[in-house]
Design a protein around this ligand. Structure first.
Ligand code: ATP
Length: 317
């Protein structure tokens, strides 16, 4: 039933934009959503807030890799979750459950909801997989039960579950500040190809933030410069501005990340960077052939376990 993940990701490259991403059936009792992954074109940590959260400044970009989230209303009075990945929780620890429960509680919904979650986005990879699933459920429940919440109202509720969820509701290209929940839409990323490679290791986001040392030697990304490069649709500037303050921490623990970046550059990437807290790395290409060749090399050499060629996904401005 579950297609080879790499085959699947090749097949999705040409598919629709975010605003086309869900279809309702006639009786309004089920909905199928695409939950898109993100990468970070720049990621800066500015400091630590009094509550212990990190203050960030990040450029977020949706990519055409997605989980499928199907929601079915029933009269069980319960929220149930099924997923193709046996190691994921299916109870209240799954972010899709949390998202549904939040709206069910607030709106005193007595019906039941069956959530079928088909994971294709690598887990614990720095691609906001769980957050985007939760975002899809918030949008889906809003729609199925005609709750009438605006995007801003959904984003405010999403932030209660996870800092990346408001961005996942919005999608496209955005500047995320605060703890990630203060969002500003920016110009869409110009057309290009991303080779996305995840080595066969998992990285704990907490470990990376706990081991981040911010001092005078820290190389902070030029986030404003990145926004300008995107506005100007200047791929060369985007590539040269790629920067992630968390990269050094994760690379120290997992040098394979550096190797993957190096191999992507050798294969013709204009630039390469770790996404989020890692370990996923992406390389930017302007030619699809070169991107596919690069993906082939990574697979053949076994540097990455999951390897995809994908494109930016933009949404209505
Ligand atoms: P981010 O980029 O926001 O740091 P991530 O890609 O590093 O996210 P996720 O894939 O969202 O990490 O998963 C992190 C953890 O969250 C997993 O170890 C998993 O047990 C838990 N989790 C809960 N719900 C989900 C979900 N729907 N999909 C994936 N992981 C989930």
């Amino acid at each position: 039933m579950f297609a080879n993940i790499e085959e699947f990701s090749y097949n999705i490259i040409e598919l629709a934009y975010l605003e086309d991403s869900y279809m309702k059936n006639g009786d309004n009792k089920s909905i199928a959503l695409k939950a898109y992954a993100k990468i970070n074109l720049a990621l800066d940590v500015i400091g630590v807030l009094e509550n212990g959260y990190h203050e960030v400044s990040m450029i977020m970009q949706s990519v055409d890799m997605y989980d499928k989230v199907n929601l079915y209303v029933n009269n069980s009075g319960k929220i149930t979750v099924k997923t193709n990945l046996s190691f994921l929780p299916v109870g209240p620890d799954n972010l899709v459950y949390k998202a549904a429960a939040l709206l069910f509680d607030e709106f005193d919904i007595k019906a039941g909801l069956a959530i079928d979650l088909y994971k294709y986005i690598p887990v614990a990879a720095g691609m906001a997989g769980g957050s985007t699933d939760a975002a899809a459920v918030l949008k889906g429940v809003n729609e199925l039960f005609s709750l009438g919440l605006s995007m801003e109202e959904l984003m405010e509720r999403g932030a209660r579950i996870g800092a990346d969820i408001p961005y996942c509701i919005m999608g496209g290209t955005a500047l995320a500040e605060g703890i990630g929940e203060k969002l500003t839409r920016i110009s869409p990323c110009p057309d290009c190809y991303f080779v996305v490679g995840k080595p066969g290791i998992s990285v704990s986001t907490k470990y990376v933030y706990d081991n981040l040392v911010l001092d005078e030697n820290t190389k902070h990304p030029d986030v404003k410069g990145m926004i300008k490069a995107i506005e100007e649709k200047n791929i060369d500037l985007i590539c040269s501005g790629l920067s992630n303050v968390l990269e050094d921490v994760t690379v120290k623990a997992h040098p394979v990340i550096h190797e993957i970046k190096h191999r992507m550059m050798e294969a013709g990437a204009g630039g390469a960077l770790m996404s989020g807290s890692g370990p996923t790395v992406f390389g930017i290409f302007t030619e699809r052939d070169k991107a596919e060749k690069c993906a082939e090399i990574l697979r053949e050499e076994g540097l990455t376990k999951n390897t995809y060629v994908t494109t930016p996904v933009n949404c209505a401005q």
